[in-house]
Ligand binder design. Sequence first.
Ligand SMILES: [Zn+2]
Length: 427
Amino acid sequence: MQPDDAPLFAQIDARRAALIELTQSLIRIPTLNPPGQNYREICEFLAGYLQNAGFTVQLLRATGAIADSESHPRWNLLARREGTRPGDCVHFNGHHDVVTVGHGWTTDPFGGEVKDGRIYGRGACDMKGGIATAIIAAEAFVAAHPDFGGAIEVSATADEESGGYGGVAWMAEQGYFAPDRVQHVIIPEPLNKDRICLGHRGVWWAEIETKGRIAHGSMPFLGDSAIRHMGAVLAEIEEVLYPLLAGRRTAMPVVPEGARSSTLNVNAIHGGEPEPPAGYTGLPAPLVADRCRITIDRRFLIEEEIGAVKAEIVALMDRVQAGRPSFRYEIRDLFEVQPVMTDREAPIVRSTAAAIERVLARQPDYVVSPGTYDQKHIDRIGRLKNCIAYGPGILDLAHQPDEWIGIDDMMDSARVMALVLAELLLD
Ligand SMILES: [Zn+2]
């Protein structure tokens, strides 16, 4: 610790109980997604809290966004605190939705129980603990340095767990992340207190359908089996594509290590007759399948270009077609996200790295996430490149039973975030 950090760290230390209580309060509002419960309640709670802390607050409904409805409106909260003079704006963004509880809990998922230095509950680490940490960091910073320049923003947004379209994407479309409004973004996802997450790999989801001709199952030679065609496609994926993808390594520091190359998962396969209705006890009908579909989930690297990723699959299908005269197919795009990776020299990365060194006395690890999160919208729609995920909590615990966050980890991360504010908003 450097001598001038002492007043700031004293403000953080004084807020340990407040940090615990705030995290518990957030966990106790069950914001399950789907369907998107209690979004208004959690935004109102945070609005009240942040207003008391001197922030100007706005409740924003993502009217017209995917999944927004009268029964489950997509509410977001934006809070802003101006400094004493113009300067940069540092924005903390956390999603307030949580995933379903699932089975296997030994604690109350919405109880916020404190045990052995941990707070338990659905969303404890992903990411209500992170939101609380950022808020306490901001409060402590303002208390220690009321003369700061620029502005601090905190947002709590909807639907990250289902794509973020009623949350960060909508806010970015409205201009809330425009580069002239916000200059630095930290998303306190649970990436561990000593790691800086620079971005994520890209995604392409598509549905591939093979087509055949229906016939009686006792005379398959009179038909044309779409399932056999799909078998040939899967064999080509297995024998040719997988080795190719595995050999394509990235310079992105993706964790876990296995995700440091291109990957493809076949999410689903459906062919032939539909599943019989529940309770049906008869036999299936003898038919040659005229349709077979797979859904693919292709994760790609910053070194790859999405056009080439798609063309590779088309080329694969064409190879299969060359050996099967009656083969026909269709590819339908479902969803795509570009890979993003913030530059290590970006101001938010440098100041967070320096703060981690000062608080934890070690160099940070730089990581990239195998899957996407809300940074994609800030990058693509908001056009803001100075964005990272940094926050307390252990990623592996996210979405698990007995999810928890360590109180000491939150305190350390709060110190790091407060130092980042000091670095970026003080002269
Ligand atoms: Zn999350």
